[in-house]
Design a protein around this ligand. Structure first.
Ligand SMILES: [Fe+2]
Ligand SMILES: [Fe+2]
Length: 289
């Protein structure tokens, strides 16, 4: 296999083509939702993610679609527009799911179109890198414990894999953009990118601290209504998911991250920041019994 020069036309074509060729065409409205028994329904309702997921996916769709509209390179445009379409499909799937199973979600306004689509996509993309890394591990725990209905697990497995493709695209796209900038402009690019990554990481730490403090981590209306189900989730999930040690959880996230990204062309770049940091952390954390 020929080595790849990051930033070359060939690199651009490869990460775009990989993205386009691995897209799974289907319509959200064609999904056949399983009928759930009481127990399965209450598990699904108890997941404290629906409000945030509905809002985030809708906002991400608009951000990515705006960049797709403004991009001038045809292959980049096609790949980015397709990613925007997938984000819109995620939002639609969550809307359909919450309607089907009667899960209340807080209303959210029309997402704003970004003023600087390139940097907004970059910032959102790095946020996805952070979120997906842990989501892959959490999802695998859910799958292994058979806590949720198998059809729902299968559907979300596909969404997880789409997120894996998104983060693969974003790290390659960011490296491609950087490499195509004149040398003198790269430090400014690096600084702005680092600042954006830090802002995203800080956001997550703030959210986690609010959760730990019993604040629910939400920032919208309907927080009080959600609180009861979140407490329920903590209790139920603790018994179902077992006493998962932090170290094992991080190892699982690392393994899942690698597994999900291993199916794509090995010449493409992989996210390194979060996995690298977590690998270091795993080294210093005590081994569980
Ligand atoms: Fe998404
Ligand atoms: Fe995504």
């Amino acid at each position: 296999m020929e080595p790849l020069t990051i930033g070359s036309d060939e690199h651009g074509r490869l990460f775009c083509r990989t993205f386009i060729e691995t897209h799974k065409p289907f319509e959200a409205r064609d999904i056949v939702w399983p009928e759930l028994d009481e127990e399965s329904l209450s598990r699904l309702k108890g997941l404290p993610v629906w409000d945030e997921a509905a809002r985030t996916e809708a906002a991400t769709a608009v951000k990515v679609q705006t960049l797709g509209e403004t991009e001038t390179d045809p292959i980049l445009k096609e790949a980015i527009a397709l990613q925007g379409y997938e984000e819109g499909r995620h939002a639609e799937i969550i809307n359909l799911l919450t309607k089907k199973y009667g899960i209340p979600t807080a209303a959210y306004g029309e997402p704003e179109r970004p003023k600087d689509p390139t940097w907004t996509f970059l910032r959102t993309g790095y946020g996805e890198c952070l979120d997906s890394f842990f989501a892959f591990g959490l999802f695998d725990i859910g799958r292994r414990t058979e806590y949720f209905h198998k059809d729902i697990v299968e559907l979300f497995d596909q969404i997880m894999q789409e997120e894996a493709r998104h983060i693969l695209f974003i790290v390659n796209w960011a490296a491609y953009l950087r490499a195509r900038r004149p040398l003198a402009l790269r430090p400014a690019f690096d600084a702005r990118r680092a600042w954006n990554i830090l802002a995203q990481a800080f956001d997550r730490v703030k959210g986690a601290m609010q959760m730990a403090g019993g604040n629910g981590g939400g920032n919208g209306d309907g927080k009080t209504e959600k609180k009861g189900t979140q407490d329920g989730f903590t209790l139920k999930s603790h018994t179902a998911f077992g006493d998962f040690k932090l170290r094992s959880f991080l190892e699982l996230c690392l393994a899942e991250n690698e597994r999900r990204l291993s199916v794509y062309d090995p010449r493409l770049l992989r996210p390194t920041l979060v996995p690298g940091f977590v690998r270091l952390l795993v080294k210093v954390l005590p081994k569980g019994r």
